[in-house]
Design a protein around this ligand. Structure first.
Ligand code: TXA
Ligand code: MG
Length: 304
């Protein structure tokens, strides 16, 4: 069953039930060695699922949960390898969406939940997007409205001395360093150290190209722009400049130039453009800046 979280919708099953967890993999079409995040009702459940938990990890749990942070920890003996995809580590988080929390606190268990989309496709930020992608493959979706953040949780590996961000998300490196009072590593583009971290991911069906403002200018000057092209930009002047130059564009989406607000709209906008059956989607490349890292990570993968 799909449930809303504050990040994206998740496809949830009892993490103690290997058969139920296996159904998640088949509904998504996801390889079974790609580990799932387990959602727990509160940090009181940490020791059931994980072991060798450092004081730093407990500090993050205390400050960031419920919220958009997933911590990688060493899995406990009773945690099934089915949910960890055969790994000795487990991703844990306490989500903050009231509906998800209510289900968790009534079940008093862990719920494995990857994003509720087919393998490699766009993550859903509304119940309708879940249905669009998984109708016929899942039992139900609980409609909790639009997701608050719209981007998946920040994943931080807490199994080493120095914490390391494996997936950029709503909580920044700066924020985690502030809480921990210690350096947190963040590779520019995290290379595939785990199954599931694939470079082609979050993909719309329509081919997507990521172009700088200059490259977009060149593109329209070569008069390749037509009604069959969807455009997504964040620079304020860009669309009016293109219109003033007399170019006929297809669907144009103006996104905010603030990274958090942009992130909130990212998947919804890509879903919308993808439904227009365009030939190509052109996306203005955001600044290469840490504040934009979560957005840039998703866009690079969407462009494949
Ligand atoms: O915000 C989120 O994290 C959402 C909501 C539903 O909670 N979930 C989510 O799950 O994004 P998913 O499965 O789509 O992405 C989880 C990522 C995958 O890339 C997976 O490889 C990685 O986390 N992951 C999970 N457990 C891991 C582990 N033990 N070691 C390394 N990577 C892990
Ligand atoms: Mg996902």
């Amino acid at each position: 069953m799909a449930l809303p979280t504050e990040t994206v919708y998740g496809l949830a099953a009892d993490a103690c039930d290997d058969v139920a967890v296996t159904k998640i993999f088949s509904a998504k079409g996801r390889p079974t060695d790609h580990p799932l995040i387990v959602h727990i009702p509160s940090s009181d459940y940490l020791d059931h699922w994980a072991t060798d938990i450092s004081p730093a990890a407990r500090l993050l749990a205390e400050h960031c949960w419920p919220g958009p942070l997933t911590m990688l920890l060493k899995k406990s003996a009773q945690t099934s390898y089915v949910v960890t995809g055969g790994l000795d580590t487990i991703g844990l988080r306490v989500p903050s969406h009231p509906l998800f929390l209510q289900v968790l606190s009534q079940l008093k268990t862990g719920l494995a939940a990857p994003s509720a989309n087919r393998y490699k496709q766009l993550s859903p930020t509304s119940a309708q997007q879940v249905i669009d992608g998984l109708d016929g493959r899942i039992a139900a979706v609980l409609d909790g409205g639009q997701c608050e953040y719209g981007l998946e949780s920040t994943i931080v590996d807490m199994t080493h001395e120095v914490p390391r961000i494996l997936r950029a998300g709503p909580l920044s490196r700066e924020y985690l360093e502030h809480i921990l009072g210690q350096t947190v590593e963040m590779p520019l583009m995290h290379n595939a150290v785990v199954p599931g971290n694939v470079s082609a991911h979050y993909q719309p069906r329509t081919p997507l190209r990521l172009l700088t403002r200059d490259e977009l200018d060149d593109y329209v000057k070569q008069e390749q722009v037509s009604a069959r092209i969807g455009l997504m930009v964040y620079s304020r002047q860009l669309v009016s400049d293109f219109n003033a130059a007399g170019f006929t564009l297809g669907t144009v989406l103006q996104l905010p130039d603030d990274p958090a607000a942009y992130g909130h709209q990212l998947f919804g906008s890509l879903h919308l453009l993808d439904q227009q059956e365009m030939d190509t989607l052109l996306v203005e490349k955001p600044p290469v800046d840490e504040a934009w890292s979560a957005v840039n990570d998703r866009l690079k993968r969407a462009a494949g």
